[in-house]
Design a protein around this ligand. Structure first.
Ligand code: CA2
Length: 145
């Protein structure tokens, strides 16, 4: 049986690698997806890698994940700091949840310091650049060995 991991990305992350490289680096989201897919080759894992600018869409994917996923890796981007609705959805998911942030939200503007997602996340990978997605995925793979 394969294990499915949802990797969910919130608003504006479609612009990754195209703007603000000083904060978010040069990798595009599609290159991050490729690296994640490379990491799972030869493992029992499968990925659904998704991005949306819409809160309801992220919530719908979390609901979908409830039916079929082993784990969720989520960078909720700006919704991290505002969305009780995404937190509520994650609280209905029984598997592992890992929160990822490319930048170190704890040393940026004060309004980024609080994360609703962290109230549910089993792990947080913060400030490791886009490598954070791979660290999160590696952690899920390790746990299942
Ligand atoms: O550091 C992160 O991963 C963030 O989740 C990124 C969010 C920000 O609101 C969070 O506080 C921290 C912003 C995503 C915007 O992504 C862009 C990437 C490149 C260019 C412009 C926006």
């Amino acid at each position: 049986m394969t294990k499915l991991v949802y990797i969910l990305n919130g608003p504006n992350l479609n612009l990754l690698g195209k703007r603000q490289p000083d904060i978010y680096g040069n990798e595009t989201l599609s290159s991050v997806e490729k690296q994640c897919r490379r990491l799972i080759v030869g493992t029992e894992f499968r990925l659904k890698f998704k991005q949306s600018n819409a809160e309801y869409q992220l919530i719908d994917w979390i609901h979908e994940a409830r039916q079929e996923a082993h784990a969720i890796i989520i960078n909720a981007a700006g919704y991290t700091h505002t969305s009780i609705a995404i937190l509520d959805a994650l609280n209905t998911f029984d598997g592992t949840v890992i929160e990822v942030h490319i930048s170190d939200i704890k040393v940026r503007e004060k309004f980024r310091h609080h994360s609703y997602i962290s109230l549910r996340a089993d792990e947080e990978v913060i400030g490791k650049g886009t490598n954070g997605y791979l660290i999160a995925l590696q952690s899920i793979i390790k746990k299942s060995i």
